[in-house]
Design a binder for this molecule. Structure first.
Ligand code: CP
Length: 305
């Protein structure tokens, strides 16, 4: 994978997904040490370029780079020259001229990371592009489930909610099905895009059908910032019909895991009782994010054997 971009999980075969997950397990060993630092990427530089808000993805990429000894520069797009009208391509070429070895990009437009990758020789890592893809979130979700359940093959995974606007759902769906899980989806008809079956999902007629006997349940954030008006009546109505509460989670297997990519709309797509409950692994997901992003940087920047 050395020198490649990471734009979409659709670009990785099952063996490459496994390679990343195995590398992430080794990185988790590094993270368990008292001094969480290895010299693997010493002398390499990484720029994180975020045009949309982020807490988890940005911080974990920056920590991942630092734990691998790369020089990491975080660019706040709100304070960069893009505000003076500079194009994404010119911004990227400027970074390349400065000798950066990789760029992590989050952007509101689907395809922005691919556009950047076409302009740059160095690896571009997609940290979320519009409603299209969020590959490292997909990888950390695969890692979290595999670590708890042993393997993904044969698991029933229910993804509930706003699939229309969710780049996480699309990346999860691709990664999970590629590694043998059976993915069921459910949500309001207005928030279920066409083409889900083409990605390997089974579209349930009801949320209860998707949840029944599931091994893993994932609720998606209701992305009000990307929605047109009128796709759902309102948060209360959504919570009543599709929100993950204790009664709904009880339809899944007793040892089912509950995942959410965060940030949460508590009381809308999930109750606090479920989000903070014994089945929730939300902070395992966050922890896995650092290990997975270390693995991605290591593999793409070719840190050695
Ligand atoms: N899950 C996720 O992408 O979180 P952030 O928006 O905080 O990065």
């Amino acid at each position: 994978m050395k020198g490649r971009d990471l734009l979409d999980l659709a670009d990785l075969g099952a063996d490459e997904l496994e390679t990343v997950l195995e590398a992430a397990a080794s990185m988790e060993d590094v993270l368990a040490r008292r001094i969480k630092k290895v010299p693997t990427l010493r002398g390499r530089s990484l720029v994180t370029l975020f045009f949309e808000p982020s807490t988890r993805t940005r911080i974990s990429f920056e920590l991942a780079g630092k734990y691998l000894s790369a020089d990491v520069v975080g660019v706040n797009a709100a304070a960069a020259s893009v505000q003076k009208g500079e194009s994404l391509e010119d911004t990227a070429r400027t970074l390349e001229a400065m000798g950066v070895d990789a760029v992590v990009l989050r952007h509101r437009a689907a395809g922005a990371a691919e556009l950047l990758a076409r302009c740059l020789e160095v690896p571009v890592i997609n940290a979320g592009d519009g409603m299209h893809a969020h590959p490292t979130q997909g990888l950390l979700d695969l890692y979290t489930v595999r670590r708890r359940k042993g393997e993904l093959r044969g698991l029933k995974v229910a993804i509930i909610g706003d699939l229309e606007h969710s780049r996480v759902a699309r990346s999860d769906l691709i990664g999970l099905t590629r590694l043998g899980a059976q993915v069921w989806v459910a949500g309001p008809a207005t928030l279920l895009p066409p083409g889900l079956e083409g990605l390997g999902a089974r579209v349930a007629a009801t949320v209860e059908e998707a949840l029944r006997e599931a091994d893993v349940v994932m609720a998606l954030r209701l992305q009000r910032e990307r929605q047109q008006q009128g796709l759902i009546p309102g948060g209360e109505e959504y919570a009543r019909c599709f929100g993950l509460n204790r009664q709904r989670l009880a339809l899944a297997k007793p040892d089912a895991l509950f995942l959410h990519p965060m940030p949460l709309n508590r009381g809308v797509e999930v109750t606090s009782e479920v989000a903070d409950g014994a089945q929730a692994v939300l902070f395992d997901q966050v922890r896995a994010g650092v290990a997975v992003r270390m693995a991605v940087l290591y593999l793409l920047l070719g840190g050695g054997n």
